[in-house]
Every structure is written in C-alpha cells, then in structure tokens.
Design a protein around this ligand. Sequence first.
Ligand code: F7E
Length: 323
Amino acid sequence: MKKALITGINGMDGSYLADLLLEKGYEVYGMERRNSTLNRTNTIHLVDRITFLHGDLTDQNSLLRCLKKSDPDEVYNLGSQSFVGESWNTPEHTGDVTGLGALRVLEAIRVYGKQLKFYQASTSEMFGKMEKFANEDTPFYPRSPYGVAKLYAHWITKNYRKSYNMFNVSGILFNHEAERRGIEFVTRKITDGVARIHLGLQDKIILGNLNARRDWGYSPDYVESMWLMLQQDKPDDYVVATGEIHSVREFLDAAFNVVGINGWDNYVEQDSKFMRPADVYYLAGDSSKAQEKLGWQRKTSFKEMVSKMVHNDIELNNGSSSK
Ligand code: F7E
C-alpha cells in the first residue's frame, strides 16, 4: 500500500486529493496546523480514514517529524497562504509560508534521505501579466506577493531536482474551484451570494473587479493531474488548465442563471476595498503537454461546475437566518 503525505490537508485541493488517493488505496497522512478551533470543514468526512499530523510550513523540525511519522512514498505540498488579495496585507508571512515553506519541505525530504516523489503546487499567478495562452515555456511575471512567493517555491523545487537528483514536479495549475472552495475567493463568494439571494437571506453581493478574466477548472479534476504527475518515470513540470476563459461578469451570469435570474445588475455592487493594488486581468492556459504526456483531461464543464457550486450553497444555506 502506497503512503502519501499532504500538506494543506484542510484546504479545498488537500481534501479532494485525499478523497482520490483513498479511492486508489493509499494510506493518507494530512498535515495541519494546530489551532484553538479545528478547521476541518472540508475534511470532517475523512477523520476516521486518514491520519492527521500536526506540523507547520514555518517550522522546519515539524516537517521532518511528519515525514518520520508517515514515511511517505509521495509528498504533496499544497499548504500555503493561498489568497492573493491577502498577500498584500501579509507579504512577509506569505513569503515565509508559501515560498520558504516549500524549501523547508524539500530540506526535510533531503535530510530524511528516502527517495520519494514530491509535488509542488505551482500556480498560474506566476505568469501574472500575460496576454496569450501560457504553457510551460512562457516567461513568468508575477503581480502579487503571493505570485512572487510561489515563483520562489517553483524554482527551488526545480533547483533541488537538479542539485540533488530528487523526483520533484511542479503542477502549474490555473484557477480551479469547487464546492469546498474558501468563501473569500470570488467564485464561491458569488455562488454563496446567489444561493442566499435566492433563499431571501441576502440582498446584494459586493465585489471588486468584474472585468478580470480567468481560466476556471474544477478542483476534483485538477487533483487527478497532481497524482498523474507523480506516476511518471521522470519528473517534469506541467501546465493544467481548461483553455476556456470567462470574466467575473460571465461567472455572475452563469451563477444567477442557475436560480433563474437573468439580469443581476440589481443584486451586485462594486466596492474599491475588493480591488487589488495590482490585479491579474487575464489568465489562460495551454495544457497540451499534460494532455499528451499524462493523458489528463478535464471532465467537468464551466457550466456544470457553477451549477454544482450554486446547488451546494443552496443546500448549505437552507435553514440559515439572514445576515
Ligand atoms: O480572484 C476578482 C479578483 O481571489 C479572481 C487562488 O486559488 O487562483 C486563485 O487566485 C479574480 C481577481 O482568485 C472579487 O480581483 C472581483 O481578478 O477568486 P480570486 P485568484 O486571485 O485568481 C490562483 C491560480 C491561485 O493560485 C490562488 O491561490 O476575481 N474579484 N471581485 C474578486 N476576488 C475576490 N477574492 N473577491 C471579490 O470580491
């Protein structure tokens, strides 16, 4: 039985990846930070099925301890301060967790000494300012402290691959969303808001830049690509994307459509507090290499994803009281 250690187990991707690996017969270990309140909304169903380990990407020795306790064949580094907007408020913390955190995991693996496979969650935010579909050869131009931190993690992953002959891969994943997405991200903020408007619990959704365009895929489809990358004979980096771009406005159209509302002008307002000091206006990916070499394919369309998220939020909000 293969063993996997996932950092960031309680996040959206961490929890979906754990589901996938359990289906494949893995023994799964999930690293979480100790908190005075448990943060297991996404992993409550996994409590008796995986082993939770306390560790922190800012604490080198805790990472080595997690490796010793789990003795994994595969390590997935999904933990990070992943909210781009927040990275301007806490740039140093973001650099520490998201950038140096990856280095610490790599150092722990190097010191532990076992030949295992390592996945680094890289991101389209490293491309930042771009105009065309990006692939693995597109130059990086990050536009946020988060993007810069992720770029460090990306390069140190490559550097350790070369320097120490480690099996390190980076998945450069474009935006991916799902029912377990954090509420602060625009997609879930919209689907939750639409659900609450539909149920009469809320009047408006307050947003920032409606013109931003993203290549939005479905997280359960994307975690499969992570696993596929680690099943290859040689380590490499891959872009994972749908190749389909929608604006925040189009996301609003699709989400309101699910509840039968065709014009949303009366339900949406903009507030400058949700605007970023430097936004990424356009992100679109070319995942030809992942499709050819990994045989990866998206399974869920944009429309299906939005519909799943809205229906899930209607179910979750049903019975709630108004804000
Ligand atoms: O913003 C605009 C916002 O926060 C998307 C993370 O998973 O994907 C994600 O980063 C767009 C931006 O995601 C609001 O300005 C408008 O242009 O949902 P988001 P993100 O920044 O693209 C990448 C690939 C990652 O790696 C990240 O970890 O939507 N927007 N109004 C808003 N965004 C938010 N959050 N809230 C608003 O009210």
